[in-house]
Design a protein around this ligand. Sequence first.
Ligand code: PGA
Length: 259
Amino acid sequence: MKKKLIVANWKANPESIREAKEILSSIKRALKNLPNVEAIICPPAVFLAELTRKTKGNPRLEFGAQNAFWELNGAFTGQLGPTMLRNSGAKYLILGHSEARRAGDSDSMINRKIKLALTHGLKVILCVGEEERDEAGQYLQTIRTQLEENLRGVLKKQFANLVIAYEPIWAIGLNARAVDTPRGFLEQAIYIRKVISAFVGKDAALVLPILYGGSVKAENALSFLVEGEASGLLVGRASLEPENFIQILKSADEFVKNH
Ligand code: PGA
């Protein structure tokens, strides 16, 4: 079985590089004994260069950024281009997170960002997810539209550098109304593969990693990997609590080891 991808989305936390280093060093220590996981730490971009300095060449630990602009450089005050992030140690880039969508990232902006990042050597973690799981099933159309608009024009060979994170908005963050069920996730993942297969064919769609995100914690992580058959997890709040996050990494490692 392939390694599980466990992504830590630190969002706008912590406030200092000192705290960031503390969290990272606990995670690094734990990873020494966890050969079956790949942890992808996505700190605030200002900390990337410093955090990644001494971690090159560790196959269990990679870094990512949480957003990027759709141009590489130029007169764009406040923006960060994908190559800058790559040169600061990021290998992955989260795009289309619901919090970035809420702050103004439209489907067409996300599409430009994805194409630029993939062309310039970053792996993209594209987040999709609905506001509500309505009984009429409109949420399926929401997911389809996000995927179709965000991935328009992406070359077939570039899908090898794409990861999808399914994150229902109602399950994210402190205001989460519920956590998805592993079964609910599995159904969505099957649907996502179906939509993606129209882009790249069935075989490529079947191997695309699909992560679950939304209130993942030590207590529920394993169920998404076992019953939900998730390729990995995208963890927000719990990724800032080293004990909690390390427990998630251990569950994933143990699961892969036993299969
Ligand atoms: P959460 O966040 O784990 O705190 O719900 C997940 C996310 O927003 O990626």
